[in-house]
Design a binder for this molecule. Sequence first.
Ligand code: ZN
Length: 124
Amino acid sequence: MKSLILFILNLPFTLTGIVPIILSGPYDLRLMKNPSTLVFKVKSFWWSFGYMKNARAMTIGHIILLGPKVLNNDFEHELIHVKQCERYPMIYPLLYLYELLKNGYRKNRFEDEAYSLSKSVYKK
Ligand SMILES: [Zn+2]
């Protein structure tokens, strides 16, 4: 129930994920309950730029996109971002942006937590 409420609170942000889903060529969808998450397998992140360039996976609200170059623990990494989104309902995108501008991609506290808890690999 709590997970559903958090999902609804974050819905405006999650819905912005529709554009990246369509652009990335989704071919598989899996629904998860805890945290409430839509997991798409996609063909390519050809459209990505800036810090997202060369991304293997991405999370937008409660949507996870897994690209063709996904490695071990990348899914766990993205799941941590969904949990962060639940921890800071509605304001997470702003907090993430603030951290990104202040500390860059790898050293922002949300990425730092996701990389260390998931033991996923950072490659430039
Ligand atoms: Zn991340």
